[in-house]
Design a protein around this ligand. Structure first.
Ligand code: BTN
Length: 253
């Protein structure tokens, strides 16, 4: 908290040593009226949640495991783009505090040298016409060594310490992420998605590249073009038509 430069984000902060998942605590607090920018941060999660019900490895004291309760003036349709806003904020924070060059993999992974450094899980509490809270779950691998990761993800995961060759201050990094998050959420609410889109595309690893797209229904190849105003990944199919993808796994080929 001492490193924060924000107005709201992180000003109300609950730090726990261990919990199953900060997302669960954040949902409870949001329901109980926690103010905009409330942060729940844990040293360790025993049941960290990833996207698509995947587990998220959250070793004790090694990473930033936090959930940010945001209450932006957005419609439920504008909520999914918050994942992209958060991704841009995290990349900016990493760039400012390290020598590492991160890339964004649509929709929500931050990679370094093709390995996963950070994941974002966006969850919504909303009425049909109004967002009550968007809970941004951010998991950043900071001070792990390779052996701190479960064996099955060692080939695909990395940490800032591994990439940078030295440990980093988790409080400083968390504060910087919150600084940029507050800034870019405000920009999104005020000016719409266009400025975020430009930033996001400048960090994206797949734009202009050939990708394999796997959805629950099928798998096909196309060329990634950019993102649309509503956060879909736009790809050009081989017949020249353009498709906007809402949810899928993307692999550069
Ligand atoms: C993903 O890439 O699948 C998203 C991972 C999100 C992990 C973070 S860690 C803090 C918060 N609490 C959770 O249980 N998950 C998110």
């Amino acid at each position: 908290q001492q490193f924060l430069q924000t107005e709201n984000y992180g000003r109300s902060m609950r730090h726990v040593e261990t919990c199953p998942s900060t997302q669960i605590l954040a949902h409870e607090e949001a329901q109980n009226g926690a103010p905009n920018g409330t942060v729940i941060i844990a040293d360790e999660q025993t049941a960290g949640k990833g996207r698509l019900s995947r587990p998220w490895s959250s070793a004790a004291g090694k990473g930033i495991w936090m959930s940010v309760i945001t209450r932006p003036e957005l419609t439920p349709q504008q909520a999914p783009q918050m994942t992209l806003v958060a991704a841009v904020a995290i990349v900016r924070a990493i760039e400012e505090l390290t020598e590492v060059t991160p890339a964004i993999k649509w929709p929500n992974d931050i990679l370094v040298n093709g390995r996963k450094l950070t994941g974002i899980l966006t969850e919504l509490q909303a009425d049909p016409d109004r967002v009550k809270a968007i809970i941004l779950g951010i998991g950043m691998n900071v001070n792990q060594q390779l052996e701190d990761f479960p064996e099955e993800i060692r080939a695909i995961a990395t940490s800032l310490c591994i990439e940078e060759g030295q440990p980093l201050s988790r409080p400083k990094l968390a504060a910087k992420v919150l600084d940029y998050l507050e800034l870019y959420v405000a920009l999104y609410v005020k000016k719409g998605f266009a400025p975020i889109k430009i930033l996001w595309e400048s960090y994206a690893d797949s734009i202009g590249k050939r990708v394999r797209i796997s959805t629950l229904q099928d798998t096909y190849e196309a060329t990634a073009k950019g993102i649309s105003e509503d956060g879909r990944l736009e790809v050009v199919l081989d017949d020249g038509s353009i498709r906007g993808i809402y949810s899928a796994d993307i692999h550069i080929i």
